[in-house]
Ligand binder design. Sequence first.
Ligand SMILES: [Zn+2]
Length: 640
Amino acid sequence: MRHLLLILAVALLPLALPAQQMWPTTKVHDGGPSNNRLDIVILGDGYTAGQIPLFHTHVTNFINHLLGVTPYDRYPNWINIWRVDVESAQSGADHPAPCYSNPILVNTALNSKYCTGGTQRCVTADTAISLATAFLNVPEYDKVVVLVNDPEYGGCASTIATSTAVHSAANEVITHEMGHSVFSLADEYWSNGTTYTGGELAQVNVTNQDAASIAATQTKWHSWLGIENVNAFEGGRYYQFGIWRPRNQCKMRSLGQTFCPVCREKITETLWSKVIVPDAVTPSPPGPYGSGGAFSVTLPALGNGTLVAHWLLDGQEVSQGTTTTVGNQTTYSFVPGPFLAGSLGTSNLDLVIEDDTTYYRKASPWEPLSTLSWIVTDAAPDYAVQNPSFATVPTRRGELFTITDTVINGGATGGPPIRVGYYLSTDTNITTSDRLIGFRTIPSLAPGASSTATTPCRIPIDGLSTLFNYHVGVIVDDEGAAYEQNEADNVAEVPGLPALDLSNTLSPDALLVPYGSPQTISFVFDAGAAHAGEDFYIFPSATAPGAGTDFGVFVGTAPFTFDPLSFMVTDGTLGPPFFNGFQGQLDASGQTVATLFKPALPNPGAGTTLWFFALTTATNPSDGSVSVPILSTVPILFFF
Ligand SMILES: [Zn+2]
């Protein structure tokens, strides 16, 4: 585990490199986009073609270990790990003289050998070949780790980290060696009887100063003194005297220990330095943008703990916004909304991301993305509805009709896509608590733009009462998607709805159908010539109606969700979606045959049956007292 100097690796460069080749390569740990992550490539050496599955096992075991080590466990998505299945002609690594009296030399792709620099446990792969192999297979790589298929204990690091993958301590050895090659940490162990007399050391976790000197000079880990058992302990970087380390124990001194706070801070700082910008910023700074939209920043998702988002308007923190994690990324977002009390103007919106951790005691290491600024304005869209009218006027329940209306954006900016809802109310106060009977959607409208459309709606079959005079109204943005300059001009009644004829009584009929295999179901209506032109409807439901009960109240009973509005889209057809039912019209002689195909259905539970209801809307009130006969090839249950 000796930390080789870079000069040694350079000295070992061969004069000519053998041709490298492509190997099967897999991103085995996906933290995010490689241009914004630390990309570690793991190469195997001394694995024959038949031992590649063993290499996969070694890599998986190592990743599971590494991502459990602090601080990797907090920042798993700051890292990508790639596996390159390098095959060797022979298994193992070289065990050369002078460390071994009976040297063993094997032919491996990366020329790994123990006894580098005369130290038996210093196993190293050929740096130049390893780097070339990594670059060829994973051009976006940052650092290389070589796992050697040899059971003898050993690991060494310089530009790359090399370790046995077979020894029981392998995963800890690799983690330690990456401390050198990826994070420039020094070994914190020593040889007895040695004294260092040189100058200050480059690595953050060793120094030639004792604790008093560190505190006096405000250098090295002075900000950690007295915290988490950090002090200055003499002995480190191979010398017993004259070099001090931060804590008595550390993974850079002994395997199985945690990283000391100073090493942990260095790893944290380096991981953050690889996430140089947010993965996404919406919208792109600086703006100006309307205050009604969402502002968001996407970063890698933490493995534990929190990043705190501070949203500030003109320097005043107003919110910590909302946090949404999907996969390996977390998005921090905020909608400023109205903040100038209706007047138009601009403000500065700042987002400060704070890594709420004790791992770091220096200034923010994530300076490039710690603050983002936009200019926001209270200029907003203003949707209003104009001139709603009935294109066709309904007169009775169950009837399909149409409304024509115009929605205009009279505001200063565009807005998000919105929905226009049509509602049936028992009074002239139209609200979203009334009954939705139709809707349309409008894409984003530019300032001054308008949208005119004629939209199908339906008077409900059920739940109506002769106690009320009904009203139909339009509500623009009834789902509240847009923040508007004026929210008070979004509602209008559609004038001219006549008193609805609710006297018609429906004649529902039910067909009981088993679950399971697909089948074709036929309904034969024979209502007699007097019923020519009547509408008929067929619906599925999971619950049978009781005698004398209005059919409509059962539509939509669990486990099926059934939107009475949606069957308008299948009027007169048998097309999908299956559960939407369909509608047709009795022919000139008052008869028709309706056929639908029932696909195989998952049974929602033992004892549950699926019902199909057929009904007609009677234009002749006298139909209320008679049943409509239905003939069918399958058993039918009738309800009146
Ligand atoms: Zn340490």
